[in-house]
Structures are given as structure tokens and as C-alpha cells.
Ligand binder design. Structure first.
Ligand code: AHM
Ligand code: MG
Length: 343
């Protein structure tokens, strides 16, 4: 009879595929000697809310929670019932945890002051992105950014705490409610992706250390708006077509971004006549994805400068967004520049 000694997990094994999100967060935290554990707890709170939203999303068709809510948000967009439900779920999770002092949400007109001045973090969130896809069973997502407050803990929150450039994010991520549900996040030390196992109710590491391909053959843009683009965008898209690139556009930013992150590609949402500043919001859509892109070796720009360097001036500020494989984004910038018509 052969007897083998039990070999416990070493660190590298613990980061291997199959590690639970909780365990991964804990192990990562122990790598930082002075970490207080609050960010770890905050990430766990977000993961829990994501599980609940995942459940609601999956049963929406049966539970009469599909369709319009009957109100518009501050940006004049019709709210869906699931938009509102997801907002409530994330608000609850973030307010109960105790780590957060303020929240900026796509669904709320103003900054929500949680009246928790000891909270260290500010969260900007789009609780459910891709509203037009909710009712038709197509991938949707949650996007979040986490900032450390600028003012000292214990004092009331100020504009300075909320209006921080993307460069100052301490963590960011997204949840993709797709053919499987995934949570992808970064704390500034690479990007890791976790897949939700519904029967166990756990996220498991499935995509460790995600690196975006430098180049790709996919372009993602709403081509129906072509008549509203400037010449630089038109030239770039013509070039994509000359090269026989594949056009892939889901209309859910998280899903389009995620695909391009893994396969290589570029996502473009330029200024249009209808949205002269672009459609996507800087604080809770563009910044988080730009941080993840940066950590995965990809790029994000508004056509003139890096998304991460933009100083926000308004809560629901919009920005053109060009994000994806580094070579493609650089090439796009060059073509737009040659045309002398930036975005
Ligand atoms: P939403 O925040 O109201 O859901 O809108 C954002 C969405 C993105 O997910 C997506 O990339 C974009 O709007 C699609 O816009 P369009 O339908 O104009 O192509
Ligand atoms: Mg959105």
C-alpha cells in the first residue's frame, strides 16, 4: 500500500483556476501588510449584490419584473424595472457594509451620502448597464469604480471625494450577466475573472491574470449612427472594413468590452449629433473599464487623451469612448488625427 503525505495549497496553487472569490480576495489582502480588510469586505459586498441581481435577472421573465418602470432617470432615459431593482440591491449592499461613505449611481440624480463619515471609500456604479437588452435575454452588466476618499475619515464628504479622475481608482470591475455570469475586477495588480457557479452560489477564478491581445480583428460600434459621425471615425471604420475585420456589436458595453478584452478588438462610442459629448458616462462606465483595460495592457481614450486622465466636472458627465487592444486604439487615434477631425 502506498501512502502519500497531504500537500497543502501553496500560494501559487491557491491562485489557480477554481479558487473561490472569497479565498482569492483574502489571499490577495494578506499580500499587503497594512491592508485593513475594508476593501476586501467591499468587494465581497459587491459580489453578494451581484449574485442577487443575477438571480433577479434570470427569473425576470417569470416574475413580472421585465419592462419599463414608468419613470425616467436624471439623464432622461426610461428606467427599466430591473434597473431600479439592481440599483436598490447594490445601494443596500454598499450601505450596510460600512466601508462606503458615498455612492454615485446612474440611477440617482445626486451623490448619495450614506451618512457614514467613517467610511473610507466612494463607489461609482452603473447597477445594470445595457438597458435596451434587459427584456430580450441578451447580456447585460454591472460596472463599478472604487475610490479612496480624499478628505479625512470622520469628516463629511465633499465634491473632492467624488470627482476624482479614473487614475485614482483603487479598484474597479464589472459583472457580466451573460451565457454565464462573470465578475472581473482589478485592484491595480492585474485583472482576474471569476465565473459564477449557480448550484454552489460561488464565484470561482476562471480567468487568472487576464491580458488583452495587443491587436485584434473585431470592431464594435453602432453603425446605424454613421451619418452622425465625423470624418475621422468614418475613415477608421472604412479601414476596418478594408481589412475584413469582423463587426460585432451587442449594445451592452460590458459584453462588448469583455469580448474584445479576451479576443482582441476595439469598442467605439464617438460623439454623435444626438450626444455631442458621447453617450457613455465617465464616472461609472468609462473609468472602470479604462482601469481594467490599462491593467490588462489595453488602452482607453476619448480621442484626445487617456480616459484615466480626465478630471470629472459633472456627476453624469458623458465622454466619447474608444477602448480596446492597444495597437487598434493607437491606430484609430492616428487616423483620427490625420483627418484633423478629432472627436
Ligand atoms: P444604458 O446605461 O442606458 O444602459 O446605456 C449604455 C449602453 C451601453 O451598454 C451600450 O454600449 C450603449 O448604451 C449602446 O448604445 P446605442 O444603443 O446607442 O448603440
Ligand atoms: Mg449604463
Amino acid at each position: 500500500m502506498k501512502i502519500l503525505p497531504y500537500e497543502p495549497d501553496n500560494t501559487s496553487l491557491a491562485y489557480s483556476v477554481g479558487t473561490t472569490l472569497d479565498r482569492f480576495i483574502k489571499l490577495k489582502q494578506s499580500e499587503f501588510p497594512f491592508a485593513s480588510g475594508e476593501l476586501s469586505q467591499l468587494l465581497r459586498d459587491i459580489a453578494l449584490a451581484a449574485k442577487i441581481v443575477n438571480r433577479e435577472t434570470n427569473r425576470a421573465g417569470l416574475a413580472n419584473i421585465g419592462g419599463a418602470f414608468g419613470q425616467t432617470n436624471v439623464q432622461g432615459e426610461e428606467q427599466q424595472k430591473l434597473d431600479v431593482i439592481a440599483n436598490i440591491r447594490f445601494m443596500r449592499a454598499l450601505s450596510k457594509g460600512g466601508e462606503v461613505c458615498a455612492i454615485v449611481s446612474e440611477e440617482e440624480d445626486s451623490v448619495i451620502d450614506l451618512q457614514n463619515n467613517s467610511g473610507k471609500y466612494v463607489v461609482a456604479i452603473d447597477p445594470l448597464d445595457g438597458s435596451s437588452n434587459i427584456d430580450v435575454n441578451i447580456s447585460i452588466g454591472t460596472i463599478f469604480s472604487i475610490y479612496r476618499r480624499k478628505t479625512p475619515q470622520g469628516s463629511p464628504i465633499t465634491e473632492e471625494d467624488v470627482m476624482q479622475p479614473g487614475r485614482d481608482q483603487v479598484a474597479a470591475g464589472y459583472v457580466l450577466y451573460g451565457s454565464s455570469t462573470m465578475l472581473v475586477y482589478t485592484t491595480g495588480h492585474g485583472v482576474n475573472g471569476f465565473t459564477y457557479e449557480t448550484s454552489l452560489g460561488e464565484f470561482f477564478l476562471s480567468h487568472p491574470s487576464i491580458k488583452a491581445p495587443d491587436n485584434g480583428k473585431i470592431y464594435s460600434i453602432n453603425e446605424g449612427l454613421q451619418n452622425q459621425w465625423n470624418e475621422g471615425i468614418k475613415d477608421y471604420i472604412d479601414e476596418c472594413k478594408r481589412r475584413d475585420y469582423a463587426a460585432r456589436y451587442i449594445g451592452s458595453l460590458v459584453a462588448d468590452f469583455h469580448r474584445n478584452l479576451l479576443k482582441g478588438g476595439i469598442y467605439l462610442y464617438p460623439a454623435t449629433h444626438k450626444n455631442p459629448e458621447g453617450k457613455l458616462r465617465l464616472l461609472y462606465e468609462a473609468n472602470a473599464l479604462a482601469f481594467i483595460a490599462d491593467q490588462a495592457g489595453a488602452l482607453a481614450t476619448n480621442g484626445k487623451e487617456s480616459i484615466l486622465d480626465l478630471q470629472p466636472t459633472a456627476l453624469h458627465q458623458r465622454t466619447p469612448l474608444f477602448i480596446g487592444s492597444s495597437k487598434m486604439v493607437r491606430e484609430f487615434e492616428q487616423i483620427a488625427k490625420d483627418k484633423k477631425v478629432l472627436v
